[in-house]
Design a protein around this ligand. Structure first.
Ligand code: SAM
Length: 390
């Protein structure tokens, strides 16, 4: 990931203006560390850069929460600012590859693209956590009339698949670099043929991070067509029993279980487990009913929320827990005398979101993209609004 170390400089030199292709929108000082965030817009993508300050040298790098998948945008922003201010570079790992941005733009989809999505193929399947991409590539090549959406949280794997799609000249894979637990809520009801979850991380010590959960299953059954299937493949007997119990907890389910059955393609992980002679479990759950359309008329506005000095005084930095969601105002940043930025984690316990909220004297909004339109996020958003409306 691009980062650069520079000699400390006077940050008031950095103005809200255009530096080549990078527009600086605002700067925000971390009230607990004096690090700074720089909000930029490059090719209509908005994100933050993080200026991490130490005594002798400062690190200029991307911010994890708002990072765009196209790493060239981050490099571009860093490069434009360095040049614009003529800063002293101590160490840099930046080289710009112009062809990569093109690949990412064609097949990469963002969460926002799914708001009013209309699929260009009749049959659509999803693979959650595709890793090396071997299985999704096999499916896409074998079923050229079906769209395969790969959702992968790990950015290097997402990029690797984008390159493979380009190399193999495929037009029926979309790549989403996001948490599958959140993306599924954006998929229209009754639209999927299959959902593949192959060798998910078992998370035995942190079960709340597992992909499979009761609400993930509800969303999957809603998104699948009547007769569509969720296919779990795992080497972990713990995960197998956990998932089976989660599936069986539902009122009516059609479950099919198999053990040690080979598929046409062996993934990288599977090859490792086969070498160790581990058992492999397949559990397939069929959606039995036509589901209701999802309700997505959520408005994540901050109407009525304006900056006041009381916000910083009043808000708790400890997590605030409710029955089925939480809110955690994690960090506070000052933009100017009447404007702050707050980093907040919120939403359901096993599918939290992280966002920055810009709070000004005239308007307030989520910086970058709005949260996923889920019921839980909306409930959390209304509470956040209540807390900020002091
Ligand atoms: C053990 S690997 C299996 C990869 C691949 N399915 C295979 O069979 O080789 C699990 C993959 O799931 C991804 N992953 C974990 N949690 C995820 C989530 N919440 N959303 C999307 N991908 C996730 C990880 O980044 C990793 O690539």
């Amino acid at each position: 990931m691009p980062h650069i170390t520079i000699k400390p400089f006077n940050t008031s030199m950095l103005k809200k203006e255009l530096y080549r292709e990078t527009k600086v929108l605002f700067k925000a000082i971390d009230l607990s560390s004096s690090d700074e965030l720089i909000a930029v817009e490059v090719k209509s993508s908005r994100f933050l850069l993080h200026l991490k300050k130490a005594k002798e040298s400062w690190l200029l790098k991307y911010d994890k929460v708002t990072r765009p998948l196209d790493v060239n945008l981050i490099k571009k922003a860093i490069d434009d600012i360095l040049n614009g201010l003529n800063l002293d570079i101590l160490n840099s790992n930046i080289t710009i590859h112009h062809n990569r941005a093109k690949i990412a733009n064609r097949y990469e989809k963002s969460i926002e693209d799914f708001i009013d999505i209309e699929f260009p193929f009749k049959d659509v399947s999803i693979e959650v956590g595709f890793g090396s991409g071997k299985h999704i590539l096999y499916q896409a090549i074998s079923n050229p009339n079906e769209l395969f959406i790969g959702i992968e949280i790990h950015t290097p794997s997402a990029k690797k698949l984008l390159r493979q799609i380009e190399l193999k000249g495929l037009n029926n894979i979309w790549v989403v670099n996001y948490d599958a637990r959140l993306l599924l809520e954006m998929i229209p009801s009754n639209s999927l043929h299959k959902i593949f979850v192959h060798f998910p991380v078992p998370w035995d010590k942190k079960p709340q991070r597992r992909v499979i959960s009761s609400s993930f299953l509800d969303e999957s059954m809603r998104a699948l067509k009547k007769g569509g299937r969720l296919e779990l493949r795992t080497d972990s007997s713990n995960y197998f029993w956990y998932s089976l119990n989660t599936f069986l907890d539902k009122k009516s389910t059609a479950i099919d279980i198999r053990k040690n059955i080979s598929l046409a393609v062996t993934s990288k992980y599977e090859a490792r487990w086969l070498k160790e002679e581990k058992d492999i479990y397949d559990v397939s759950v069929t959606s039995l009913n036509k589901s209701k359309d999802r309700d997505i008329k959520f408005d994540f506005d901050f109407n009525g929320v304006k900056y006041s000095d009381f916000i910083l005084e009043k808000i708790s930095k400890k997590p605030i827990l409710f029955n089925d969601f939480f809110i955690h105002f994690e960090r506070f940043y000052r933009i100017d005398i009447n404007t702050i930025l707050i980093k907040v984690a919120f939403g359901s316990f096993n599918r939290p979101e992280q966002k920055y909220i810009y709070i000004g004297s005239r308007d307030s909004y989520y910086f970058g993209l709005n949260p996923i339109k889920s019921n839980t996020n909306y409930k959390a958003h209304l509470k956040i609004k209540e807390y900020l409306n002091v």
